[in-house]
Design a protein around this ligand. Structure first.
Ligand code: NA7
Length: 538
């Protein structure tokens, strides 16, 4: 496995990351007979599901569509236990896949890629890791995930704190004993909600520091019986195709009704049905106007607000928890399980940071503009530098030494999230400006992207130089289309990780393509059918 700087190992392809997409990418490139090496920072496979082992971590996608479709044998063998799988089960699944298809032997674990430089003369990428390994590869496929780089908000005083500070995505594998402790949680996104509802009855005191309240949908999460699994298995062949034809890669699609044409009573009936499903259907399988029409969305939002309010005993606390200044679904909607009732507990208090902002972390805990909250443990559920972070922390230099980090600092651009002009033979999954960066059931989209990338590499290898990159015109066209679609939605008016507002200085551009998974898939297919029109193959 070793190489040295004088004679770096020659490979056909390097894969960065051993999560959902990296494992699948390796499987597909092996089928092409390529010499591939994967590098993974974690000690094992799993990606997001390796790192995010905080209490209550769970998928918000149903397990029967949060899986691979490529092997009938695998589909037959693996029994999902719950409708929505906990982290441990998804991680176990990915380990099972890695073992079944013998994928580990081509990955170096505990190895973070630090640099990738395009060498024009040899038409190869020189890839370096933090373990001092250097390899040369014709192709690099960055399968680094979208939620890879945790954010520690710029609050003063972390080093003064005498207790423990833990970011949710760096939760120790052997757990943290929270029993009897005074615990603070900053952040009430999808992660914060899962943590809070899980630990509230384990800790002595829980103080939640909330800046923005969240709309959330109650999760209906039955254990799967043998009969339910058999029924789902029968539907696998149909589901495999169906998810690719929907708006968000789910097992439900947007409704085709015209919102304004229905009576309010009929609309309410439909909303009730969607709500009762206990899934993200209320969001991504709902009225299509939800994302673009303020009046329609207001009605949909109000329906949710009522339901949140009804679950909270203290009207003053309810006022803090009910979102009123942004529209439902314009930020990531979490599923929850008893989250709002947590605030009816004696040992839980909610600190509204809009009224009393955090001033600093102290030796004892957190000081807001009003008072100091003593804590033993501070949990940061403060999110990620999504979409761009995983790649900009690698020193990626394309033609003429141009840095991807510098480019994306000015202008976050890609061609369908698959490639970037100026970075030949660099492919990516879950990257900016594709649905997979946010608006997709991740396995649906990464499998589509990996399949596209694999066929593209197969095609390109027939050319003498085997180099492909999008033309600048094609990229301009994609970015313009992306922006036009994004600007037609209500999302751009809301601060969130979708719009880059959670990272200081990040360009405000919708991180993911919101024109729909089905439409995106068709555009990718057309490019392929037209002989990679808009891409230069040399
Ligand atoms: P999110 O959705 O980015 O949520 C981060 C939370 O942390 C959110 O409530 C933020 O409040 C809060 N936050 C961040 N910085 C601060 C500071 N400085 N002060 C107070 N509060 C802060 O991350 P998650 O991990 O929950 O979810 C990420 C994705 O993982 C999720 O969307 C799923 O796709 C899975 P804010 O909203 O910015 O006011």
């Amino acid at each position: 496995m070793s190489s040295n700087d004088n004679h770096p190992r020659q490979l056909d392809a390097v894969i960065i990351g051993a999560g959902f997409s990296g494992l699948y990418q390796l499987y597909r490139l092996r089928e092409l007979g390529l010499r591939v090496r994967g590098f993974e920072e974690g000690a094992s496979v799993g990606g997001t599901w390796y790192w995010n082992r905080y209490p209550g971590a769970r998928t918000d996608s149903p397990s029967h569509i949060y899986q691979y479709w490529f092997s009938d044998e695998l589909l037959e063998e693996w029994d999902w236990q719950e409708r929505f799988s906990p982290q441990s089960e998804t991680e176990r699944y990915l380990n099972y896949v890695a073992d079944k298809f013998d994928l580990r032997r081509d990955f170096s674990f505990g190895s973070r890629v630090t640099a990738a430089h395009w060498l024009e003369d040899s038409g190869r990428w020189q890839v370096e890791t933090d373990r001092g390994e250097t390899v040369l590869a014709k192709f690099v496929i960055a399968c680094c995930g979208g939620l890879t780089v945790p954010i520690r908000p710029p609050i003063e005083g972390y080093d003064d704190f005498t207790g423990e500070i833990i970011h949710t995505s760096r939760w120790p594998a052997d757990g943290v004993d929270l029993a009897g402790k005074r615990v603070g949680v900053i952040g009430t996104g999808a992660t914060g909600i899962q943590v809070i509802q899980t630990i509230a009855d384990q800790v002595a005191e829980l103080t939640v520091f909330q800046r923005t309240p969240n709309y959330a949908i109650p999760m209906h999460n039955p254990r799967l019986t043998d009969a339910a699994r058999a029924d789902l298995r029968q539907r696998y062949p149909e589901l495999k195709n169906y998810v690719q034809k929907t708006f968000a890669g789910f097992d439900a699609d947007q409704l085709q009704y015209d919102f304004a044409e229905l009576t309010p009573a009929h609309r309410r009936e439909i909303l009730e049905q969607l709500w009762a499903d206990g899934s993200l259907k209320y969001w991504i399988g709902s009225f299509k106007e939800l994302f673009s029409d303020e009046r329609a969305n207001e009605e949909i939002s109000e329906f949710v607000r009522e339901r949140i309010r009804n679950r909270i005993d203290d009207p003053e606390v309810a006022d803090k928890l009910v979102p009123t200044d942004y529209y439902f679904g314009t930020r990531r909607v979490p599923l929850e399980n008893g989250y709002f009732e947590v605030y009816n507990r004696e040992n839980v208090r909610l600190v509204d940071l809009r009224q009393t902002p955090i001033e600093r972390v102290t030796a004892e805990g957190i000081r807001t503009s009003e008072t100091e909250y003593p804590l033993d443990v501070l949990i940061l559920a403060t999110g990620f530098d999504t979409g761009t972070g995983a790649l900009t922390r690698i020193d990626i230099r394309g033609r003429e030494g141009h840095s991807l980090k510098e480019l994306w600092k000015r202008d976050i651009r890609t061609t369908l999230g698959l490639q970037v002009h100026g970075y030949p033979n660099l492919f990516m999954t879950m990257s900016p400006l594709s649905p997979s960066a946010a608006f997709c059931n991740v396995p649906t989209c990464v499998q589509q992207q990996v399949d596209w990338i694999t066929r593209c590499i197969k095609h390109v290898r027939n050319h003498p130089l085997s180099v492909i990159e999008p033309t600048v015109e094609k990229e301009d066209e994609w970015v313009a289309h992306h922006d036009e679609v994004a600007n037609g939605t209500l999302l751009m008016d809301t601060d969130s990780w979708y719009t880059g507002a959670n990272v200081e200085g990040k360009q405000r551009r919708l991180i993911a393509y919101i024109g729909g998974v089905a439409a995106y898939g068709q555009m990718c297919q057309q490019i392929e059918e037209n002989g990679y029109q808009g891409f230069s193959v040399r």
